[in-house]
Structures are given as C-alpha cells and as structure tokens.
Design a binder for this molecule. Structure first.
Ligand SMILES: Nc1nc2c(ncn2[C@@H]2O[C@H](COP(=O)(O)OP(=O)(O)OP(=O)(O)O)[C@@H](O)[C@H]2O)c(=O)[nH]1
Ligand SMILES: [Mg+2]
Ligand SMILES: [Zn+2]
Length: 405
C-alpha cells in the first residue's frame, strides 16, 4: 500500500513581539473584561513543557516510510555544531544534519534538535565500522581539549560503533525537558529526561542558594524530578550545610552531600539514578563530570581544575552528552551554565514553583496578589513569622522580576 502523504498541522509558537508580559495577569483579573483577554492569558500561562510539543512534522502516514526509503528511529546522543549524533534502535550510530524545514519551524528555539530527542532520520551515507569518525573536535575554550577528550566520543562497545550518515526529518514530541532562555530564544538543553540533578559545590565555586531555587523552578516547569547534589563535601564542613539540606528535604527535594574526590555520597546518588534518565546541570567547575566519572567507572570524562584567580570553572564540558549507565538508566553531562533564566515563565506562574507558599496564597487580600508590594499579603506575613524562609522569598522576588521583564 502506497503511503499517503499527510500534512499535519504544526503549531508554531506565537511570535513573541507582544508588549512585555508585565502586568498582563493583573489586567485580566482587574478589568474583568471580555473573553479575548482570558483566552490570550490562558495561552500565555501554559506550561513550558507543552510548548515544544507542537513541532512534529509528519511526512507520511507511516513515519517509517518517507519519500526515499524507510526512515530510521533513534535517540540523539549529542548535538555538536551542525551535526547531531543519533543512536538508532538497532545500535547503529548516525551522524546527522537536520532537515531545513525543521529548523524553520523551530522559530523560537535556538536548536531544532536537542540531546535526548527521539528522532526519525533518513540514512544517506556509507556505513562503516569506524570508531574514530565521531569525536569531539576542539571547539571549546582554549585548553579544554585534554588527552582524555578524544575518549569522550561515544560510550558504546569496544570495537567502536557502526557509523553512518543521515538526515533528521522529524522530532518526536518531548516530555521532561530542561530548558532556559538564551538571548530571547528557548534553549532546550536536554529532552526526554525524568530527573534533574542540580549540582552545586559547597566551595570552589561557592554555593549559590538562589541558583538552586532557579533550577528547582526549571525542573518543575519542565516536568522533571529534582535531586539536589551538594558536591565537594571534602572541602568544607558538611555540618555547616545541614540546615540547607534539611530545608530542601522539607520541600520534598532529595538532597545528597557528595564528594567526587572521596566517593562520599556517590553510592546514594547512584541509587537515585538507577533506571532513570537524569540530566546533570550546574555552574562550571562544580564537579558534574567528576561525579559522573565516580558513578560510572571507566567513563573518563574530561575534568579541569577551577581557576585559582576567580574560583570559576573553565567550561570544560562543551556539549550535552547522553551516557548509558551500567546500573541501568542514563545520564546527560552538560556544559556549565553561568545563569539560568527561565524560558517564557509568566510572572503569575512563578509562585507555583514555590510549593511552601501554597497554604498562604489563598489568604492574601487580593486574589491576584503578586506577593511583592501588596498590602494584606499572607505570603509576606508568613515570611515575617518565619513560616516561609526569607531566602526562598528573595529567590521568588528575583524570579518574579525576571519573568516580568
Ligand atoms: N576536592 C574536590 N574537588 C572536586 C570534586 N568534584 C570535582 N572536583 C574538582 O573540581 C574541578 C572541576 O570539576 P569538573 O568535573 O570538571 O566540573 P564540571 O562541573 O564538569 O565543569 P564544566 O564541565 O566546566 O561545567 C576539577 O578540578 C575536579 O577535580 C570534589 O568532590 N572534591
Ligand atoms: Mg564537565
Ligand atoms: Zn500575597
């Protein structure tokens, strides 16, 4: 039976040329006017995870049949420049370009294809057994390519993977994404993961609690279970950080004190990763790659010491890379981030990322209280009574203002 070509409606995101979202929600509640406003705000407040769900392009009724021969399904192991490395279901590894149409459709996205994506590709090149074809080429910061960099290629079998060329024609709908804003566009760091391991070092670089809160929000927004990983426990007195660990545990976030150096906490972290898909993210130099090396012996990911001058990392990892774990499940090592701006978060949605506000929100005098300046705000009162942590409340204010910009 000939496959019928079908054009499937692709909902692109709205052009975000609208005026800033600042007080949109207030306005909707405030003037109580027509349904148009309501409909509009309803669309604006939809969850981020949904946004990326509308890009699927279908070529034919049967995704396995394209214009020229069958399509092959696989998962993106990493994206490097213009090339996406995809492992097909049969284990063949393809180095792929991305069909131009997909790029065009992903108007608001920095990258049409992300690490972890399930894609369909059309094989185009010669298949060969070559372990050396796909490697990290020196594209990172100077000095990032150490002797172990070459081995960062692919975590497959010893003979080297089957390699081939292909063209990605379709990206399956995503679930569980880590996404952020990068120069007014959406940057999907990783797709189709279950968990986010927020890696923070106690020192070198110093612990930044506000960054934890931003990451937590990104996890909730993207539909990921957060795990807090406080690393370099060997360099500080862990007792000093127990209150912080306790505070996050109370919020339902498992927190682990680890040391990639001594191995402390690594066993517990390994258990939390078993059978799941987890992205590791955090600032440069906090020890993401080091922890993964400790979790999975033989991995040999490149690591580099933090700068003695400014205590910052050196951006050693230069792209997000999917790694299968011997204990089952997989992880994604990612490059360090300098900051994490939420993508497309509405100011009114930010309170939803602060679960401990929930009991107080209905008690605010104004139903659309932003908990910033209003009188009769029950959240602020709870902060004053220390029922809500002042630190978390300040994180909220920062993120609320960021979203209102
Ligand atoms: N003392 C101590 N040093 C650590 C620990 N974990 C990592 N380091 C060191 O911290 C430095 C940075 O580690 P990386 O693993 O490269 O950090 P990263 O988070 O992957 O950094 P990017 O790839 O740049 O984002 C290296 O010198 C590591 O040896 C730890 O638990 N204790
Ligand atoms: Mg790294
Ligand atoms: Zn309030």
């Amino acid at each position: 039976m000939a496959s019928k070509k079908k054009k499937v409606r692709v909902e692109m995101k709205k052009n975000r040329a609208k005026p800033p979202r600042g007080n949109d929600l207030t306005r909707v509640f405030g003037d109580g006017t027509g349904a148009a406003d309501d409909a509009e705000s309803g669309e604006r407040v939809r969850a981020k995870g949904d946004l990326s769900r509308r890009r699927t392009v279908v070529e034919s009724d049967d995704p396995a049949e394209g214009d020229a021969g069958p399509l092959v399904r696989g998962r993106v192991l990493r994206v490097h420049g213009l090339a996406s490395v995809v492992e097909a279901d049969d284990g063949t590894v393809y180095r792929c370009a991305v069909r131009r149409l997909l790029k065009t459709l992903a108007t608001d996205e920095r990258n049409a294809v992300a690490t972890g994506d399930i894609v369909w590709l059309r094989p185009s090149g010669v298949i060969s057994h070559q372990s050396s074809v796909i490697r990290q080429t020196p594209g990172g910061p100077p000095g990032a390519e150490g002797p172990s960099t070459d081995d960062q290629g692919l975590m497959t079998n010893d003979q080297g993977p089957m390699t081939a060329e292909g063209l990605i024609t379709r990206v399956e709908p995503r679930h569980g994404v880590l996404t952020r804003e990068s120069r007014r566009r959406e940057h999907v760091l990783v797709a189709n993961v279950d968990q986010l391991a927020i890696v923070i070092s106690l020192v070198q670089p110093d612990l930044k609690p506000h960054l934890i809160d931003r990451y937590l929000a990104a996890a909730y927004q993207g539909g990921l279970n957060p795990i807090l990983c406080l690393n370099k426990a060997d360099l500080a007195d862990p007792a000093e950080f127990q209150p912080l660990v306790g505070a996050y545990a109370q919020l339902g976030v498992p927190a682990v004190l680890t040391s990639a150096q001594t191995g402390a906490g690594v066993g517990r972290l390994r258990e939390l990763l078993r059978g799941r898909a987890t992205v590791f993210s955090g600032q440069s130099g906090v020890g993401k790659s080091s922890l993964l090396n400790a979790i999975e012996p033989g991995l040999a990911l490149a690591v580099k010491s933090v700068s003695e001058v400014n205590q910052k990392g050196r951006h050693t990892t230069t792209y997000a890379q999917l790694i299968k774990l011997a204990t089952g499940g997989w992880v994604v090592d990612t490059p360090g981030v300098r900051q994490l701006a939420l993508w497309d978060a509405q100011p009114g949605a930010v309170e939803g990322f602060f679960g401990e506000f929930r009991p107080f929100v209905p008690l605010c005098t104004f139903p659309d209280c932003s908990h910033t300046h209003e009188g009769g705000c029950a959240v602020k009162a709870a902060v004053a009574r220390r029922q809500v942590s002042a630190r978390r409340y300040h994180s909220y204010l920062g993120m609320f203002r960021g979203a209102a910009e």
